[in-house]
Design a protein around this ligand. Structure first.
Ligand code: NAD
Length: 265
């Protein structure tokens, strides 16, 4: 495996480069706390920020990015279309762009599929992608294999990623293989199990073996599987810890063990 670092990217199916490690912002309230957290993550070397209309913090995310002094082109920013806006995507995008105020969005995702409107919503996004120079890539989130197949059956632009709940405790090999086969990158939300499984014995045993924390093992597992990962923390020491995953490698035997964690819960 080539040596990975905090700036390592995956190439999306439209040629865009997306950093494998990003910073998640779900449930971080708008205002000073989001502003400081995003600024801190950028200072730590993260170059990928994940937000959404639903998180209500796009204004502070955008301000932190602008104030960071880092060239806009060096930061990858994702925001998302909320299902209520599915048939009003152009307007929703306009509002997100205005709140973020960073010129363009690197990746615009359909946050959740609306049953019955999966294909129609994708068509709206395709139109945006083709007509706007303010959206560099489009993708989906929380879509099942069946829903992705139905998108692919009508798509003229493929989704670049599917952002789903994913960790060794929620690993769906069928989704992983399907995405790989179809040139769609899998992106993990909740990569740290939202803090719930970090004390699990199976995980702490592996962490001790590598002299790393359970959180670092979960994130490194993603990176080695070419799964984009976007851990969240508002604690500066944890933001640094979550990025300190590039000085070791998990053996393929242990990756195999981690792959199977979800079978035993
Ligand atoms: P996560 O798995 O990243 O867990 C975050 C929690 O883990 C923190 O609140 C903290 O309690 C704990 N934590 C973080 N770093 C730690 C460390 N080093 N040691 C110990 N504990 C630590 O959960 P998440 O925030 O839900 O998911 C990550 C990101 O994914 C979100 O912030 C958001 O950007 C995105 N997301 C997307 C969707 C979607 O539907 N597309 C849903 C949820 C989250």
């Amino acid at each position: 495996m080539n040596k990975l670092n905090i700036r390592s990217t995956v190439k999306l199916n439209n040629g865009t480069q997306m950093p494998l490690l990003g910073f998640g912002t779900y449930q971080i309230p708008d205002g000073e706390i989001t502003y400081n957290s995003v600024l801190h993550a950028l200072n730590e070397g993260y170059r990928h920020i994940d937000t959404a209309k639903f998180y209500g913090n796009e204004v502070s995310v955008g301000k932190a990015i602008r104030d960071s002094g880092i060239p806009r082109k060096d930061i990858f920013v994702t925001t998302k279309l909320w299902p209520n806006d599915a048939l009003n995507a152009e307007k929703a995008l306009e509002i997100s762009l205005k709140k973020l105020d960073i010129g363009y969005i690197d990746l615009y995702l359909i946050h959740w599929p609306l049953p019955g409107l999966v294909k129609k919503t994708w068509k709206r996004l395709e139109k945006i992608y083709k007509n706007s120079n303010q959206v560099k890539a489009i993708g989906i989130s929380n879509h099942t294999v069946g829903q992705i197949k139905s998108i692919l059956s009508i798509a003229t632009v493929k989704p670049v990623v599917n952002q789903i709940k994913c960790s060794p405790y929620n690993f769906d090999p069928k989704m992983y293989e399907f995405c790989q086969k179809n040139g769609i990158i899998m992106e993990a939300w909740g990569p740290l199990t939202q803090g719930k499984r970090l004390g699990d014995d199976k995980l702490t045993t592996i962490a001790e073996k590598y002299g790393k924390s359970p959180a670092q093992i979960l994130l490194r597992w993603c990176i080695q599987k070419n799964i984009v990962t976007i851990p969240k923390s508002t604690h500066q020491n944890r933001v640094a810890e979550n990025a300190d995953i590039f000085d070791f490698e998990i053996s393929s035997a242990d990756i195999g063990k981690l792959d199977n964690f979800s079978k035993n819960i």
